[in-house]
Design a protein around this ligand. Structure first.
Ligand code: PMP
Length: 355
């Protein structure tokens, strides 16, 4: 017997590579925003009162929670704020998935879900996407210990919205489970399930500032749902770490929320560049899904080059994209949408590699 037999062992999630700040690359591998946060954020940071750091921050994240409630037209007790949506999702898994029945989510989705299940010892089962990478609604209507759906999904980019009742049918079929809808990418063209929180007490909508609000480095995520769901999440949070959100994050998060016009424009630019990139790749024989996110999910023409080879050769040219050695993923690349200049350089590199 050794102390190592008593260790909670887990295979961790592997995030996309973050090169050091002095290694300049075209970074299209972690779906960050290519544009800076609003100038209102810079102003708030310049005016930040360093003296206030002496004091603990608000444990209930009050001022930022209230600003979010006002922005999304929900009550303050229907909002939970965390250190990025990873923290919010991890708290939700720990809070709501506490039964012997398996939690279910798609086999191809955000690859953190199975890691949280492993670390918290939550049983889970994955359901296959159909051949067009769509989520099969029927798989989520039976008995289970909980449900997680990313919509739009990652890394496919696909939003389930052809069927307008897609999420609602899953929620109504599961009154005995909590349904988590991860809307990390919804601002880039998806349809939000947020209105459902007023009708059903078992649906939790999870969002992030990391993508559309250009705040990946600030770490703010939030969830919206029935006040009882939020209360249970807070009970767990206060049992692990009360002061999750630091003072600068609370203040700068509020500043970001005060300039929606700026972010709408930045998001519109990303959407335009995404459509341009999709067309350029399709013109070169790539198969590209209909992404409603800030990335494209593309398979290069098989007879010309494999996705892995293209990934490696792009990397040699200091252009980072994402590739996974996993069934139904290995023939594709996930390419975050950068600025127009970055995407032109990416397409030029693809041409050079495939010449
Ligand atoms: N959900 C999905 C689907 C994601 O792709 C990501 C980003 N990797 C997250 C949640 C977590 O993002 P963050 O913790 O930065 O909010």
């Amino acid at each position: 017997m050794s102390w190592e037999d008593k260790v909670r062992k887990v295979v961790p999630y592997i995030p996309g590579e973050q090169p050091s700040d002095d290694h300049k690359v075209i970074k299209l591998n972690t779906n960050e925003m290519p544009y800076p946060p609003s100038p209102k954020v810079s102003e708030a940071l310049a005016g930040f009162d360093t003296e206030s750091l002496r004091l603990y921050p608000a444990p209930d994240v009050g001022p930022l929670r209230d600003a979010l409630a006002a922005r999304y037209g929900v009550a303050c007790d229907e909002v939970f704020v965390g250190v990025g949506s990873d923290d919010v999702l991890a708290t939700a898994f720990l809070t709501f998935f506490y039964s012997d029945k398996p939690v279910i989510f798609p086999d191809i989705t955000y690859s953190f879900y199975d890691v949280w299940c492993d670390v918290y010892r939550i049983p889970y089962e994955t359901k296959k996407l159909d051949e067009d990478y769509h989520i099969v609604k029927a798989d989520y209507l039976g008995e289970n210990g909980g449900i997680v759906i990313a919509n739009p999904n990652a890394p496919t980019g696909i939003s389930e919205e052809r069927d307008v009742r897609f999420i609602e049918d899953i929620v109504t079929a599961n009154p005995e489970s909590v349904v988590i809808v991860d809307e990390a990418y919804v601002d880039f063209g998806g349809v939000s399930a947020l209105p459902l929180i007023k009708k059903y007490d078992n649906v939790l909508i999870v969002r992030t500032f990391s993508k559309s609000r250009a705040f990946a480095g600030m770490r703010i995520g939030f969830a919206m749902g029935n006040s009882r769901l939020i209360k249970y999440m807070n009970d767990v949070k206060y049992s692990v770490n009360s002061y999750t959100m630091n003072r600068p994050a609370i203040e700068l998060g509020i500043a970001a929320l005060s300039d929606e016009e700026y972010y709408e424009k930045a998001v519109a630019k990303v959407v335009k560049t995404r459509q341009w990139t999709k067309k350029e790749l399709e013109d070169r024989g790539f198969s590209v899904t209909d992404s409603k996110t800030n990335f494209v999910f593309a398979a290069p023409p098989e007879d010309k080059i494999s996705a892995k080879e293209l990934f490696l050769q792009l990397k040699q040219r200091d252009i980072y994209v994402r590739w996974w050695d996993k069934d139904r993923l290995r023939e594709r690349l996930r390419i975050s949408v950068g600025t127009d200049v970055e995407m032109q350089a990416f397409v030029a590199a693809v041409d050079e590699i495939m010449a």
